[in-house]
Design a protein around this ligand. Structure first.
Ligand code: ADP
Length: 609
């Protein structure tokens, strides 16, 4: 499918017809100095002369029909939108409400969103019959955990103004992480990748198992790395001091940090690294310093993000500087041996990315962490995502995610299993359990019967009995229940009650003292042999399960796998764990992978079926 990709900047328009699968451009135009008397259009298609001062709408009205005539078969329009605010966390089909929503978040990106919107409005008017999709630079970072999203500012004030970290360059980070994983022959969900997008704007992203968990740009694209003309990280106190000392107003401070700083400010020569490299080679001290500060900042972020993810499998360089500057890649990758990343200086110097070879390695053969340069292609990624939204694209945003099933997580409340003798002792001679409702595991049921469990300190009433009867009595409680009862019970697999503490059960027909049988259930997953094969695990394997709950990432470690023909796929956690993780019942969990398969921490012997 062909997608018309439109990227409107404040004074430029890039419009390209892109194959959503291959990324090949069938036709493309670039309009510059839009809104001035000198509008200039270059590209693969001839267009009629434009009136002086033509704005975004006038340029698009002239350009789009010519472009679509040159490259027929366009099925959707993909619009790059810089800021999606808190509302837009995925590519979104554009209707009037979405246009209003993008407008509502525009104060967060006053330079970027208004021209993006102008392009959307004009293109919808010119091409009303095509579906239009907004693809947001911020969307890939919607998975940032809360701890990475928040600034340490007064919470209400920050909320009122949407002051939090959003991150940018999301389409590029997503694209190169996926390309890198494909080149390595790995599932992105099995890798921790640090992507360094080093263009005029620059940012680093920690892509942990396919999701952005940290990125260097924040509420605006000003935070983080040294950029062409942006300062990146700066002590806010330094800004205040400069504003006072120089009498700068807000606009002047804005210009200083966004337009006069970065490589340009440091070098005093240029925002373009090519110029700076050339001058540094001639011995210019300020240019040498600019290169050192730039590289140091990137290296610092790489180290930080390796710590954030607890390790890293690949580091990716992309965009103008990342793809082309061997010198900068070399400087950044110095002294990374501690991380297991070893640069091959010859490979780095010889590296040339081409259309046929858009990915190349610059790490030594023995390097545990792979260092890669990947050519980014935001137009392709926008086309791919737009096509996926329209529903005819071959590539959904996360194609692999749909293939591995998630595991529903059930919350298991405190309960009791009884022998038939115990049933009769507690409920009367000849009594049999009365099924109330079936449980997810075939043949298991919750009973009408409940009991009181007495501990040395306190008692818990109305504890549900589960059927059918078993060869041994067992009481499964949470840690909180243990504290309440005054009993210290071990974490055990169901059925393994040897040497566990006892308690007293009380039913309508009498009391029964258990010598042993009170346990805190070990969190576990029930699955069939077919499930086990699919997940690449075996009975007794101890695995980790990641829970995808909005704004809060959590991994349950120490989860034991139980395999049996009659089981239904389900993970069981107790109420304490569910509360701590703010789980809803039957929320999906995912096995934490490594090298494309479930990571198995160890295999536990002697686990009953
Ligand atoms: P943008 O963020 O505007 O898309 P690019 O990704 O095109 O920017 O990156 C532009 C930057 O890449 C230029 O400012 C320049 O510093 C750098 N660059 C491009 N080619 C080279 C090269 N061969 N050597 C060093 N730097 C380069």
């Amino acid at each position: 499918m062909h997608v018309l990709v439109i990227n409107c900047g404040s004074s430029s328009i890039k419009a390209e017809v892109v194959d959503a699968d291959t990324g090949a451009a069938a036709a493309g135009l670039l309009a510059e100095r839009v809104g001035t008397d000198g509008v200039e259009v270059t590209g693969t298609v001839a267009i009629p002369a434009l009136p002086a001062g033509a704005d975004h709408a006038a340029v698009l009205a002239a350009v789009l029909p010519a472009l679509l005539a040159a490259a027929p078969g366009v099925g959707a329009v993909g619009h790059r939108v810089v800021h999606g605010g808190g509302r837009f966390t995925e590519p979104t089909h554009i209707d009037d409400d979405v246009v209003a929503g993008i407008e509502a978040v525009s104060p967060l990106a006053p330079l970027h969103n208004p021209p993006n919107l102008a392009g959307i409005r004009a293109a919808r008017a010119i091409l009303p019959d095509l579906p239009h999709v907004a693809v947001f630079d911020t969307a890939f970072h919607a998975t940032l955990p809360r701890r990475a999203r928040h600034y340490a500012l007064p919470a209400e004030l920050a909320d009122r103004h949407g002051v939090r970290r959003y991150g940018f360059h999301g389409t590029s980070h997503a694209y190169v992480a996926r390309r890198a994983a494909a080149w390595l022959g790995e599932d992105p969900r099995a890798l921790r990748i640090i992507t360094c997008h080093l263009g005029n704007g620059a940012s680093v992203c920690a892509v942990e198992y396919g999701r952005s968990v940290e990125t260097s740009m924040g509420m605006t694209p000003l935070e983080g790395l040294v950029m062409g003309t942006r300062s990146g990280d700066l002590d806010p106190g330094a800004l205040l001091a400069l504003m006072r000392a120089e009498g700068l107003d807000v606009d002047a401070a804005d210009r200083l940090l966004n337009k006069q700083s970065g490589l340009l400010g440091l070098s005093g020569v240029s925002h373009d690294l090519r110029d700076i490299e050339a001058r540094a080679a001639e011995g210019d001290e300020r240019c040498r310093l600019a290169i050192q500060v730039y590289a140091h900042r990137v290296r610092r972020y790489i180290g930080a993000y390796a710590a954030v993810m607890g390790g890293v499998d690949a580091i990716v360089f992309t965009a103008g500087i990342g793809e082309n500057s061997a010198l900068m890649r070399d400087r950044i990758a110095q002294r990374m041996e501690w991380l297991g990343a070893h640069l091959d200086p010859d490979a780095n110097r010889a590296l040339r990315l081409t259309d046929d070879a858009p990915v190349a390695a610059l790490s030594a053969a023995h390097s545990r962490v792979r260092l890669l340069a990947v050519r980014t292609d935001e137009q392709h990624e926008i086309a791919r995502q737009a096509a996926a939204v329209v529903g005819t694209g071959s590539a959904a945003p996360a194609p692999a995610a749909a293939e591995t099933p998630t595991i529903p997580i059930a919350i298991s409340a405190r309960h009791v299993h009884l022998t038939q003798e115990a049933v009769e002792a507690l409920f009367g001679p000849g009594h049999t359990l009365t099924p109330r409702n079936p449980l997810s595991q075939p043949g298991q049921f919750a009973c009408e019967e409940t009991l009181t469990v007495h501990g040395p300190k306190r008692s818990i009433e109305r504890v549900r009995v589960l059927g059918p009867v078993r060869p041994a009595c067992q009481v499964e409680v949470s840690r909180t229940d243990e504290f309440f009862l005054g009993i210290d019970a071990p974490v055990r697999m169901s059925g393994n009650v040897a040497n566990s503490p006892g308690c007293v059960l009380e039913g309508p027909a009498g009391r029964l003292t258990l010598e042993e049988g009170l346990i805190c259930a070990w969190r576990h997953i029930h699955m069939t042999p077919a499930d086990a094969e699919l997940f690449g695990v075996a009975h007794g394997d101890v695995v980790e399960v990641a829970v995808d709950s909005a704004g809060r990432d959590l991994v349950f470690g120490d989860v034991v796998v139980r395999v049996k023909d009659s089981y239904a796929l389900e993970m069981h956690v107790d109420t304490d764990e569910a509360n701590a993780a703010e789980l809803q019942d039957l929320q999906p969990g995912m096995l934490v992978p490594t090298q494309g398969r479930a990571r198995v921490l160890r295999r536990q012997r002697g686990i009953s079926g």
